[in-house]
Design a protein around this ligand. Structure first.
Ligand SMILES: *Cc1c(COP(=O)(O)O)cnc(C)c1O
Length: 418
């Protein structure tokens, strides 16, 4: 990952004079956000992890093995390709649209980039048992996959309600040899699954690594996950320079916890002419209360061990969220994306369930690509930007297709009436 950072050295310095790539600072902060809001017992584990990660980064053989496995087992680099028929729908003269095809990575989404990197880090630390949380099951499947690949023991905690709703991913994890432990407390969803994973980790520190799934949580996770996902943006930068001979005008990604977005955005943050656009889930509408538009509608506070934007109700309780896309249905977001809101470097928008379905249908009908509902939020929002006259002529657009839509067939079929 060191090499990824080095590739960015000669770019423009951001307006503030502080290069974005310098974050986080030594306290794990991105501006005001991030840090470690955790009990004492967890602090030691996080500091150990950070120290091990710093050593791994300095060891070129670590990066070499990660690169080799990304190539041979994940199928990287993923394609960046122009979608002409889809671009015609925008009705903007001369516009070119490129998709970064994370849906073509092994297991069908970007999550494996992080899962593989952290699993290698765990093995390097002498830990052969992995625990992970999962909400919709996508992260759980990626973790179960890399554990099988590397011969590590895998335990996935999952809310009992989520297990019922995401049966096929539970089956996939079982078939991959993972243990799936239902969590029956509280709302029986992701939040409780995270708590159980932490409990297990702290009780089994000698043998166990907690493989967290998005660019959020306490330091050092936001930085580790971002570094492993930065492969998306680094490849995209090379690929678009080769295809167009210049940087893109617009770069879009959907935002749940923020890992595919920060992975794509990071290598462009110090290029002020590249407009970065994060698309959150507006659910039934941002003024209905049934949404997950954390950066658009939330306020700063503590969530999952970190200070960042979150959705809270009038009593300061974490709000219930809604999105048609399970992977975006989370009331928090990572600290780096929070910081990039306050600096104004990233523009955050929100797309409703209906806009996402429009995006999914438009892309499948024009290009034969069935996008995950998460990614479809960015696709649908791009169509809305074009409708609103926001995309200028002859511009170049890059959009992260974070995953494939096979997991969403039942929901999409029902909502689209097919
Ligand atoms: C999990 C998931 C997301 C959201 O997670 P981020 O950490 O925000 O990237 C987006 N797209 C797909 C396909 C996912 O599985």
């Amino acid at each position: 990952m060191k090499a990824l950072v080095l590739t960015m050295i000669d770019h423009d310095v951001a307006a503030s004079g502080v290069r974005h790539e310098m974050f986080p600072d030594e306290r794990g902060r991105f501006g005001a956000f991030g840090g470690r809001f955790v009990p004492e017992g967890l602090m030691a584990a996080l500091l150990d992890l950070e120290a091990a990660y710093v050593l791994a980064q300095a060891d070129s053989s670590f990066e070499a093995e990660y690169r080799e496995l990304l190539r041979d087992r994940v199928g990287r680099p993923t394609l960046l390709h122009g979608v002409r028929r889809f671009a015609e729908l925008l009705s903007v003269p001369g516009v070119r649209v490129y998709l970064k095809r994370e849906d073509m990575a092994h297991t069908g989404a970007h999550k494996i980039n992080n899962a593989l990197g952290q699993a290698l880090l765990a093995r390097r630390m002498g830990k052969r048992r992995i625990v992970a949380e999962t909400g919709a099951g996508q992260h759980g499947v990626a973790v179960a996959t890399v554990c099988a690949m590397l011969g590590l023991t895998c335990v996935v905690y999952m809310g009992a309600d989520d297990m019922r709703r995401q049966e096929s991913n539970v089956t996939r994890m079982h078939l991959l040899g993972a243990g799936v432990r239902p969590v029956d407390s509280g709302s029986r969803r992701l939040k409780e699954a995270i708590s159980e994973s932490v409990r297990d980790w702290v009780a089994n520190l000698d043998t166990t690594h907690y493989l967290f799934g998005t660019a959020a949580g306490p330091a050092p996770y936001p930085r580790i996950v971002r570094d492993f996902q930065t492969v998306i943006g680094a490849e995209t930068r090379d690929q678009i320079l080769r295809a167009e001979g210049r940087l893109p005008d617009y770069v879009l990604a959907c935002v749940g916890g923020g890992s595919n977005a920060i992975g794509l955005f990071h290598p462009f943050t110090d290029d002020p002419r590249v407009r970065l656009i994060g698309v959150e889930a507006a659910g039934l509408g941002v003024d209905t209360g049934a949404h997950a538009a954390t950066l658009s509608m939330g306020s700063p506070g503590e969530i999952d061990g970190s200070y960042s934007y979150l959705l809270q109700d009038e009593d300061g309780q974490i709000a219930r969220t809604h999105s048609i896309a399970a992977g975006l249905d989370y009331p928090g977001v990572g600290p780096e994306l929070s910081h990039l809101k306050d600096t104004g470097r990233v523009s955050y928008r929100a797309a409703t369930d209906a806009v996402a379905l429009r995006g999914m249908r438009a892309l499948s009908h024009t290009e034969g690509i069935l996008a995950a509902l998460e990614s479809a939020h960015a696709v649908g929002h791009l169509l809305e930007m074009a409708d609103g006259g926001e995309i200028v002529e002859d511009s170049v657009v890059v959009l992260c297709l974070s995953g494939r839509g096979d997991k969403d067939l039942a929901v999409a079929a029902e909502r689209l009436g097919v």
